[in-house]
Each structure stands twice: as structure tokens, then as C-alpha cells.
Design a binder for this molecule. Structure first.
Ligand SMILES: Nc1ncnc2c1ncn2[C@@H]1O[C@H](COP(=O)(O)OP(=O)(O)OP(=O)(O)O)[C@@H](O)[C@H]1O
Ligand SMILES: [K+]
Ligand SMILES: [Mg+2]
Length: 711
């Protein structure tokens, strides 16, 4: 415990003395009531000049300290987030936003295309970022601070997200794909993007992060509630015990009965764990934040400790997610330029990273001259052209060109499509076409290396034809294999679940070292796999980045969205990893386990402690009344007063001594939770029994020096 942190937390600890707040912790509330009763008794004794006033006052002071120490542990835990919240607030400076007002021209078709000039079609106005509403469209250029959370709907930019992630390397944010979300307070470094705002001012990611690190939104988890119920029951049992002692409590000559009874009660109820529960929970969340994971639910953090299955999306989660076209391969008898032109046509209105990279490669192969004759986007995408947008269900995208369109040589409507091999194969077969042997082999070859093959086809005038294949390449994030092996050692099964074909999936699965994979999965399939695992009684975590992952992220017991992903994914998940690292689950599981083990260990310690205190002080208390009990008085405490006082002091001091452990968490190693817990139960149970005998004896030696206490 850092002394300055402790000092800074003191005012908050006093504010937490408010009974309305304290009632949420039944154990500490009981101590508070006891302290009030003893205060009244002490004042009365002082007024009447009673000889036991000194004893009563010292006990009362230590009772108040017990309450205060409990509050202090919580205040220190909360205080650790304060500094972080302040630095986040600095990032939330108010900025002016360039907001689009209205379209000057009727929007042509569903996709004005990447080359369509937004400024030509729209007016804009300058408004404060705080005025932005959900659905507003804003424009950001190099050097601009992004005024709010949103999804990029046009363009691509490199963005400095260090204000929230602490990572200085810029990241790419682009429309269409799964890397489309931007966060208010981050800065555009290059290029120009158009953003649709997805969060109202005051409810942004930064706002949520701030209230999270400050603990303002913290809610009790089901485990904490269950523990509180247990502690409350124990408290009631001991209150009844203390009450029944009252009639025979003319023990030990003239001891002030109410004060002794309260002191005895406070020593017997589980004050240690009652005082430390909030600090344990808060610091667990804090440890997650230190590792750049934001959890919106404490329950998910605890559940993470018991996860047995982890599902992962492929593209953007296991791989970087910027799948890029690297080659075109034409079918026999097809002019390669026709393939390239058709691939480009099918991608003119495709705002996904895949679509954009196909256009880029086509332009590059044409000698890098910005436009290829006859395939200029604005001239091609006339209002009569029907844009077929990519969907994870159809796995295809493209255009329908009307007869007479300059890019359509046939007299009929020409359908240009590109997409997953199986989807395009089915599409052409349904229209009387076939997949040539050479392309089948090319598809297998590309897939075998972990690449994604996209087939390009046309259908017009009754003829369906596959023109060739596009090779999309993606890179597996580094260090996956070792980290997935670590997850296996922790008893967690990893399953990659992807919309890509079986062979690509198998290649990436082998490269990344996951245990199993599911290929050609629709969003419904992802959800179904989670439901099936849960019905088999397993706790499931899911990590993903795409809008099509959102239902699965929401259904999983622990849903971790990549920060690089879409707003929909981040909204659905109960955690966001700012580093977009799918193996971060190792840390999350560790923190979840540690949280549960820490709480279990300290509960054991607390209860063992209370039992031991009973045997330490009761014989001393009753030795005078029932001489037989003197045999049990092995501690040889100086006097009944000294026994009571020493126990109360020990009871208060032990809270302070355990605060660092509650904040840090007990040591956690990658063994099964059951093994770790049983080992800890032994240590903390035994320690809990022994500690009071030693502690109380030492305090007794000091306390008995006080006149009138030691007799
Ligand atoms: N822009 C596109 N146009 C046509 N087809 C595409 C496009 N992007 C992807 N595909 C095809 O659709 C398949 C499914 O893509 P999608 O990105 O939805 O997969 P997913 O379910 O998110 O899984 P993962 O992200 O792990 O690949 C891809 O494997 C690819 O074959
Ligand atoms: K106690
Ligand atoms: Mg995806």
C-alpha cells in the first residue's frame, strides 16, 4: 500500500461511513451499529465517572477504526482508477465537427462509389462535437481529432489511437470491412474518412471507459451477492449467540456488558472478508484495465475463470484482417484482361477491404494509371446499375449492368459476380455453367496456403461463365501458436469459426495452432455452435471483430471484441481488447481465476480467524466465573479486559494487513482452479487459525501495560 494513495483515499473512506451506503455490506453495517452503541455507552460512563470508561473508550475507538479500515480498502481500490480516468478525460477535449447537412443531388443508386465526390453532393456545417447525435455524418481529414464514436462509411485513413490504447503505432480504419469503427478523441493522421456517428455525446466509448475505471458503474456480481448472503447469515447467527450470552454475562466482575458483547460480536462475525470484498472485485477489474481490456460486466470477468471453450473468428481476429488481392488467374480460353476488368467491375461499389484491394491491384497491373478506360467508377455506376453488396450469407458481391450500358457488351442484362468459390460455383451451375478443372485446382492451391480464393463470373444472354480466380492473402498475427498452446495447458479448447472455405480454414488453423475449426459458417452457425457448447454444460468465450460476429459475441458467456472491429461487435461483447489480441483471453482467464481464488482464500482466512478468536478470548473472559475454563486459557492473557481489547485490535489491524493482498490478488499459477483453490484453502485456513493466537498474544503484552486494563 502506497502511503500517498492511502492518504488520498482517507476522505473518501470517511464519506463512505454514510449508513445508507454501508447497509449494502451487512457485516460492516453491524460493526457500524455496534460502534454507535458503544459510543453512547462510553459517553454515559464518562458522565457517571465509571471506572471502566477508559476500557470502553479504547474499545469504541478501535471499533470505529475497524469500520474505517474497511471503507479505506474500498477507497484505495477505487482511487487507483482515478488517475487513469483523469488522463482519459484529457482525451475527451471538445472538438468541432464537420457535419454533413443535406444531399444537394439525389443519391445515385445505392453506392455512389469510393470515387464519388462527397463534397460535390453535400453541404456541411461546423458544430461542436458535443452536439452530435446518433446517425449524424461527419467528415475527418488528416490532423483532425475524431469528434465522436462511429463507423467509417467512406474512405480509409490511418488513425492514431494512442489516447485510448496507449499504443503509438497508427492503425488503419476503413469503410465496409471489419475494421470500420473509430473512437472519439483519436486522431486522423492521413487521408480522409466519412463517419456515421454511433454513440451520443456522453455515452461514448471514452465516457464508458471513464466511468468504468472510476468504478461508478460497478455492480455486484452474482458471486459477490451470494457471498454477502452467506456473510449476512453468519452475522445473524452470531448476533443471536451474543444475545443469549447477555443473561449470564455478569462475568468477570464489573465489565461493562454492552461493550463486551459488541466487541465479542465484532470479533466473531466475518469482518475481514466483509471489509475486503469490494476491494477484491474492484482491483480485479483494475488488473484487466492494466492489460488493456475493458470489461463492462464483473460477472463476465468471474465467468472467464471457468471458461472451457474459446471460439475465434478467423479474419481480423487470428489474422490481421486486411485480406489483399495479390494475383489474378484466368480460366483457359479467357482473356486475362477480361478477368481483371470484370473483377474490378464487381468491386467498383464494394467498400470492403477485399473489394478495394481488388480495384487497387487491377489499377496497378494496368500500369498504375488511375483509371482504366471504360471502367471509370462514376461513369460505370449510373443509377440504372444495380449494386449487389457483399453479405456473409451470400458470400458474393457484384453488379447487374443493364443492356446498353457501356461496360456491357451483351444485348441483355449482365450480372458480374465475385465471391467464395463454393458460392460462385453454385451460382454458375444453377445457370447452366460449370467450374473448369484448372480453376478448381487453383482454388485448392490458394486455399492450401491459407489464402482466400474468390471466383469471378459473368452471367448474361443465357450464358454463365467463370472467368478466373482472385487470390486474397492475409497474415496470421505473430505468436499465436505458443499462446494457443498455453490456452490448451489451461484446459481451454480453441475453435476457429470462419466464413471461409474448409481448406483455407484448415491451413490457417494449422498455422495458428487452434484445436479445431468450423468453416463456411454463417452468423447463425456461429451462434448455433455457442448454444450447442453451452447446452453441453460448457462455459464459452468468443472473440471476434465483425458485425456478423455480434450475435455470437452477445450469446457467449464471455464475449471479447477486438478494438479494431466494428461498433456492432464492440456493442454486443462484454469486453473489448484495446490491443485486438485474441490470445488476451489467457490474461482474462487468469484474472478471473485469481479473483475467485482471492475471494475464496480470504473468506477461508476470515472465518478460520473468527473461530480461533473465539477460542482465544472466551476462556480468558470466563475464567474468573467458571474456574474450570482456566484450563483452556492456554494463552495466559493478562486479564479479561486485555483479552477483549487485544482481540478487537487484532480484528481491525488484520484488515489493513490484508489490503495489499486483496488489491494484488493471491498468486495464481496455470494449474487447474480446483487444485489452486484447495492448496490456498489449506494455507489460508491454517494461517487463519494460527494468526489470532500469535497476534492477540503480542497485542495483549502491549495492551496490558495500560493502567486499569492489565489489572
Ligand atoms: N467483398 C467480398 N466480395 C465477395 N466475396 C467476399 C468478400 N469478402 C469476403 N468474401 C467471401 O465470403 C467469405 C465469408 O466472408 P466473411 O468475411 O463474412 O467471413 P467471416 O464469417 O467473418 O469469417 P472470417 O472473418 O473468419 O473470415 C470469405 O471467406 C470470402 O470467400
Ligand atoms: K471478525
Ligand atoms: Mg469476420
Amino acid at each position: 500500500m502506497n502511503p500517498t494513495n492511502t492518504l488520498a483515499a482517507l476522505p473518501l473512506a470517511f464519506r463512505k461511513l454514510n449508513p445508507r451506503q454501508m447497509v449494502h455490506s451487512p457485516v460492516m453495517f453491524t460493526v457500524l451499529i455496534g460502534s454507535m452503541v458503544c459510543t453512547a455507552v462510553s459517553i454515559q460512563q464518562l458522565a457517571t465517572g465509571s471506572t471502566t470508561a477508559v476500557f470502553s473508550i479504547i474499545v469504541t475507538v478501535w471499533l470505529w477504526l475497524t469500520v474505517l479500515f474497511g471503507n479505506l480498502s474500498e477507497a484505495i481500490a477505487e482511487g487507483r482508477g482515478k488517475a487513469q480516468a483523469d488522463s482519459l478525460r484529457a482525451a475527451r477535449t471538445s472538438v468541432m465537427a464537420r457535419r454533413r447537412t443535406r444531399a444537394l443531388m439525389p443519391a445515385g443508386g445505392s453506392g455512389a462509389g469510393r470515387d464519388g465526390d462527397a463534397e460535390a453532393g453535400h453541404d456541411e456545417e461546423l458544430v461542436p462535437g458535443t452536439d452530435l447525435k446518433v446517425g449524424d455524418i461527419v467528415i475527418c481529414e488528416a490532423g483532425d481529432l475524431i469528434p465522436g464514436d462511429g463507423d467509417v462509411i467512406e474512405g480509409l485513413a490511418s488513425v492514431d489511437e494512442s489516447a485510448i490504447t496507449g499504443e503509438s503505432a497508427p492503425v488503419i480504419r476503413e469503410s465496409g470491412g471489419d475494421r470500420s469503427s473509430v473512437t472519439g478523441g483519436t486522431m486522423v493522421l492521413s487521408d480522409r474518412i466519412v463517419i456515421r456517428i454511433t454513440a451520443a455525446s456522453g455515452k461514448t466509448f471514452l465516457d464508458r471507459m471513464i466511468s468504468l475505471v472510476e468504478g461508478a458503474t460497478r455492480q455486484k456480481t452474482p458471486n459477490e451477492i451470494a457471498l454477502n448472503v452467506l456473510l449476512a447469515s453468519l452475522t445473524i447467527v452470531f448476533v443471536v449467540c451474543a444475545m443469549t450470552l447477555a443473561p449470564m454475562a455478569n462475568f468477570a466482575n464489573a465489565l461493562p456488558t454492552p461493550v463486551v458483547l459488541v466487541a465479542l460480536l465484532v470479533c466473531l462475525i466475518p469482518t475481514t472478508i466483509g471489509a475486503l470484498v469490494p476491494a477484491i472485485g474492484i482491483s480485479g477489474m483494475d488488473r484487466l484495465i492494466q492489460r488493456n481490456v475493458l470489461a463492462t460486466s464483473g460477472r463476465a470477468v468471474e465467468t472467464a475463470g471457468d471458461i472451457t471453450t474459446l471460439l475465434l473468428d478467423k479474419t481480423g481476429t487470428i489474422t490481421y484482417g486486411n485480406r489483399r488481392a495479390v494475383a489474378f488467374l484466368a480460366a483457359d480460353g479467357v482473356d486475362r484482361q477480361l478477368l481483371i476488368d470484370s473483377a474490378r467491375l464487381s468491386s467498383l461499389a464494394d467498400e470492403t477491404p477485399e473489394g478495394r484491394s481488388i480495384v487497387d491491384l487491377a489499377v496497378e497491373l494496368a500500369g498504375g494509371a488511375g483509371e482504366v478506360p471504360g471502367l471509370d467508377a462514376t461513369a460505370t455506376l449510373t443509377p440504372e446499375v444495380e449494386v449487389i453488396e457483399f453479405s456473409a450469407v451470400t458470400r458474393m458481391s457484384g453488379l447487374n449492368l443493364p443492356a446498353g450500358h457501356p461496360a456491357n457488351p451483351t444485348p441483355a442484362v449482365l450480372e458480374v459476380r465475385k465471391g467464395a468459390a463454393s458460392a460462385v460455383e453454385r451460382y454458375v451451375k444453377e445457370r447452366g455453367g460449370f467450374l473448369p478443372q484448372k480453376l478448381q485446382e487453383a482454388v485448392l492451391k490458394i486455399s492450401g496456403t491459407g489464402g482466400t480464393p474468390l471466383l469471378v463470373s459473368t452471367y448474361g444472354g443465357g450464358r454463365a461463365q467463370v472467368l478466373g480466380v482472385i487470390h486474397l492473402a492475409d497474415v496470421v498475427k505473430p505468436g499465436m501458436k505458443e499462446r494457443f498452446a498455453e490456452l490448451r495447458a489451461m484446459g481451454i479448447k480453441t475453435i476457429m469459426i470462419t466464413g471461409d472455405n474448409k481448406i483455407t480454414a484448415a491451413a490457417i488453423a494449422a498455422e495458428a495452432g487452434v484445436d479445431d475449426f468450423v468453416a463456411e459458417a454463417t452468423p447463425e452457425d456461429k451462434l448455433a455452435v455457442i448454444k450447442a457448447e453451452q447446452e453441453a454444460g460448457r462455459l464459452v468465450a468468443m472473440t471476434g471483430d465483425g458485425t456478423n460476429d455480434a450475435p455470437a459475441l452477445a450469446a457467449a458467456d464471455v464475449g471479447v471484441a477486438m478494438n479494431s472491429g466494428t461498433s456492432a461487435a464492440k456493442e454486443a461483447a462484454n469486453m473489448v481488447d484495446l490491443d485486438s489480441d485474441p490470445t488476451k483471453l489467457i490474461d482474462i482467464v487468469g484474472i478471473g481465476k485469481q479473483l475467485l481464488i482471492t475471494r475464496g482464500s480470504l473468506t477461508t482466512f476470515s472465518v478460520a480467524n473468527d473461530v480461533a478468536k473465539y477460542f482465544a478470548i472466551v476462556p480468558a473472559l470466563f475464567a474468573a466465573t467458571f474456574p474450570g475454563l482456566g484450563l483452556l486459557n492456554i494463552m495466559g492473557l493478562a486479564s479479561p479486559e486485555s483479552a477483549i481489547l487485544s482481540a478487537v485490535i487484532f480484528n481491525a489491524v488484520i484488515i489493513v494487513l490484508l489490503v495489499p493482498l486483496a488489491l494484488r490478488g493471491v498468486k495464481y499459477r496455470a494449474v487447474s482452479a480446483a487444485k489452486a483453490l484447495s492448496r490456498n484453502l489449506l494455507i489460508f485456513g491454517l494461517g487463519g487459525v494460527i494468526a489470532p493466537f500469535i497476534g492477540i498474544k503480542l497485542i495483549d503484552l502491549l495492551v496490558s501495560l495500560i493502567p486499569t486494563i492489565g489489572n
